[in-house]
Design a protein around this ligand. Structure first.
Ligand SMILES: Nc1ncnc2c1ncn2[C@@H]1O[C@H](COP(=O)(O)OP(=O)(O)OP(=O)(O)O)[C@@H](O)[C@H]1O
Length: 431
C-alpha cells in the first residue's frame, strides 16, 4: 500500500515585485497604505501527494517554479498560502554552495552539514570515509570551499546529502554541473537509495534521465502544476509542448484521481507549414492539412513505441487527372532523409477515388514500431502509371514527430517477434 510521505495542499508562493528599489521604501512609508508593488505567483495553488519510496522528476521551463517548490519542501522557504506536510527527514542540494560556509574547509563543511541534518560528530565520523570516497576531490577537502569549482561543490554537496541517509532526498541543480562520470555515479546511488526506500525528488534537465529513473514526473509551468503522474505520459506531453511552435500555454486542466491531467487536443489539423523542407508538383497546394492522432484520439507529435498511429490527410483531388492511376501516399523518413516506411493507396489497390467528391479525407493507420528518435512525415499525391511516380503535390516535412519507448530498443524499427528454442540444451553438468 502506498504511504504518503509528502502532502502538498493548495500551495502558493507569492513574491512582491517592485519596479524600482525606491518603490519598496515608498510602500513602507505610505501612510495611506498605497501599493507600489505587484504580486508575482512563483507557485500557484499546487496540490499533490508523493508516496514513500517514489522517485519524482520535476520538469518545466526556466522560471516555472521548480526551485521555489524544492526550497519550500527543504524548509528553507515558507509558503505564502497552503500547506506542506512531510513525514521524515529531508536532505537537499539546492543552489550550489547553499548550506556551506565559504570560509570553512570541505572537511569542516561536512561536519557543519551533518549538524544541520541532526547528526552528531560521532555519527559523521562513521560516514566520513564514504563521503570522502564519493566526493573524490582529493586534497581539496582541506581547502576553503570558496576555492572550489562548481563541479567540486556539487560532488561534496551530493556526497554529504546521500550519506546522511535521509528519508527524502531533494536535488535541484547539482547534477547539471557534474561531468558525465559523476552523473552516472549519482544515478547509480539513486538506484541504491531507491531500493532502500528513499523518496527522491530531482529537477531533471533532460527527459531521458527522468524516464530512466523516475516513477513519476511533475510538470510545472508558470507556477502551476500542468501534470503529475506516470513518467512516460507526463514527459511525452511536456516534449510535445516544448516541440510545438504554438507552445505559448499548455492546457492546464484539473487533475484526475490518478493525478494525470486530461489534456484535450488543441487543434487537430495543422495547416501545411510553409517551412516544409520541400514542396513541389504539377498541382501544388492540393494537400490541405494533416493531423497526427494517437491511440487516445488526441492530436500529438509524440508517439509511444507499440502505439497505434493515425495520420489523417485532407486534400482536394487534382483536376483533369488520370484517376485510375491516382495515388495518395505518406512516408516516414529519418532525419537523414532515408525513407523508412511508405504507405500508398495505389499499392493497396484502392479505387476509392472513382466515386468520391473532390474533397477527400484519408486515414492511414499503423502501429508505431519505430525506435526512439525524430522522424519526418512526407505526404504525396501522385500518378503511378509509369515505373517512377509523377507528383501532383509532394511535401517533405508535412509534419514532424518523435517516437519514444519505455525501454532501450536497438535498430531503426523494433517489430514484435518470437524466439523459439528449437533444440533444448541441457545446461546442467553431467556426472
Ligand atoms: N525572491 C524572489 N523575488 C521575486 N521573484 C522571485 C524570487 N525568487 C524566484 N522568483 C521568481 O519566481 C519564478 C520561479 O523561479 P524558480 O527559481 O522557482 O524557477 P525554476 O523553475 O527553478 O527555474 P530554473 O529552471 O531557471 O532554475 C521566476 O520567475 C523567478 O524570477
Amino acid at each position: 500500500m502506498a504511504t504518503p510521505i509528502i502532502k502538498i495542499n493548495q500551495l502558493s508562493k507569492v513574491y512582491r515585485v517592485y519596479n524600482t528599489p525606491g518603490d519598496r521604501l515608498k510602500e513602507t512609508l505610505s501612510i495611506t497604505k498605497k501599493k507600489f508593488s505587484s504580486d508575482f505567483h512563483a507557485l500557484n495553488n499546487i496540490s499533490l501527494v508523493i508516496n514513500k519510496g517514489e522517485t519524482v522528476g520535476i520538469i518545466g521551463r526556466n522560471g516555472s517554479g521548480k526551485s521555489t517548490l524544492l526550497k519550500i519542501l527543504a524548509q528553507v522557504s515558507t509558503p505564502t498560502t497552503g500547506s506542506v506536510h512531510i513525514q521524515g527527514s529531508v536532505s537537499a542540494i539546492l543552489e550550489l554552495g547553499a548550506g556551506f560556509n565559504q570560509e570553512y574547509s570541505g572537511l569542516e563543511n561536512i561536519y557543519l552539514n551533518g549538524t544541520i541534518q541532526g547528526k552528531n560528530k560521532e555519527q559523521m565520523n562513521k560516514k566520513l570515509n564514504d563521503i570522502l570516497a564519493f566526493a573524490d576531490i582529493g586534497d581539496f577537502i582541506n581547502q576553503p570551499v570558496k576555492t572550489y569549482s562548481s563541479g567540486m561543490f556539487a560532488r561534496l554537496a551530493f556526497a554529504v546529502a546521500i550519506n546522511v541517509e535521509p528519508d527524502i532526498l531533494i536535488v535541484d541543480e547539482a547534477l547539471a554541473v557534474g561531468d558525465m562520470k559523476f552523473q552516472a555515479k549519482c544515478f547509480r546511488k539513486f538506484e541504491e537509495m531507491k531500493t532502500k526506500g528513499t523518496t527522491i525528488l530531482f529537477v531533471g534537465h533532460d527527459v531521458s534521465s527522468i524516464r530512466k529513473f523516475c516513477d513519476k514526473a511533475m510538470w510545472l509551468h508558470q507556477g502551476k502544476l500542468v501534470a503529475f503522474g506516470d513518467t512516460l505520459g507526463v514527459t511525452a506531453e511536456y516534449m510535445e509542448f516544448m516541440n510545438s511552435e504554438e507552445s505559448e500555454q499548455p492546457d492546464i486542466k484539473a487533475l484526475d484521481e490518478e493525478g494525470l491531467s486530461d489534456v484535450e487536443p488543441a487543434e487537430m489539423f495543422s495547416e501545411i507549414k510553409i517551412d516544409a523542407i520541400n514542396r513541389w508538383g504539377s498541382h501544388k497546394n492540393s494537400i490541405k492539412s494533416v493531423a497526427l492522432i494517437n491511440e487516445k484520439g488526441r492530436s500529438t507529435t509524440v508517439f509511444q513505441h507499440g502505439e497505434t498511429v493515425r495520420i489523417i490527410l485532407k486534400f482536394t483531388l487534382p483536376e483533369n487527372i488520370d484517376l485510375l492511376h491516382f495515388s495518395a501516399a505518406i512516408s516516414i523518413k529519418n532525419t537523414m532523409g532515408l525513407d523508412l516506411i511508405v504507405f500508398t493507396t495505389h499499392d493497396e489497390k484502392n479505387t476509392i477515388f472513382e466515386s468520391t467528391s473532390n474533397e477527400i479525407e484519408l486515414t492511414f493507420e499503423f502501429v508505431n514500431y519505430l525506435t526512439e528518435g525524430d522522424y519526418i512525415l512526407v505526404a504525396a499525391l501522385e500518378n503511378r502509371k509509369g515505373i517512377q511516380p509523377e507528383y501532383y503535390d509532394f511535401i517533405e516535412g508535412v509534419a514532424y514527430f518523435k517516437s519514444i519507448a519505455t525501454k532501450q530498443l536497438f535498430g531503426v524499427v523494433h517489430t514484435p517477434y518470437r524466439i523459439l528454442l528449437n533444440k533444448e540444451v541441457n545446461l546442467t553438468s553431467g556426472k
